[in-house]
Design a protein around this ligand. Sequence first.
Ligand code: TYD
Length: 236
Amino acid sequence: MTEKAPLYSGKAKSVYRSETDHEYLIEFRDDITAFDGGKKDELQGKGSINAKVSAFIFRLLERNGIDTHFLKMEDNGLMRVKELKMLPLEIIVRNVAAGSVVRNYPFTEGKPFHPPIIVIDYKDDSLHDPMLNDELIIALDIITSEELTLIKKIAHHVNSVLKSHLEKCNLTLVDFKLEFGWCYDKLTVGDEISMDSMRIWEEGTRKSLDKDVYRFEKGDVMTTYHIVAQRIITDE
Ligand code: TYD
């Protein structure tokens, strides 16, 4: 592990400078939080599992022509990534109704969305990540309308690649969250894609295999994360 203080430390990851310009090292920590930080724990091995699943998914996306920040996994478990100028947006893609969309709107849990729905939140804990619409995103000067169209196109592409991979593992991709940043002039997928940021169900049932197990105490979180990681990480 690196000795220096992190450049940035979030709820479950810390970002360190590396010895190379424009490359960072991400530490996936064992901290797990839910409900805006209202529920917090440390689960041994959680960071390592999420790092491995994220690395596998970033490689899968890269092979499918999607730009991500991923460079490589280091021997010490840190993820080497390209430096991105992050956008304060959380791009949520939904294939099936669950979570906040069921709490906030009259959808029945389990209703499939054809086509998938994209919802974008403003990433700011102090404002509790309010939902945005296209006009608000443009008015906030975060990105242009053309860039927003491109982000949605990339998010749909990520969804189709990830959803079909998980289908092969007999898993249903219910929804997931992406974060984007600028790598010079290229919109690039950053952050993580793991059991903490996806909602995954056992195919044909609504058995949770993701952070909902932690949120709603549906079973042993680490046992679930280990099993689902083994199923997702197939031979490349
Ligand atoms: P959502 O249903 O909006 O929220 P909640 O999980 O509180 O019910 O979440 C949709 C997906 O996006 C889910 O797989 C978790 C992920 N997500 C994050 O990773 N971080 C976030 O801050 C939010 C709001 C969602």
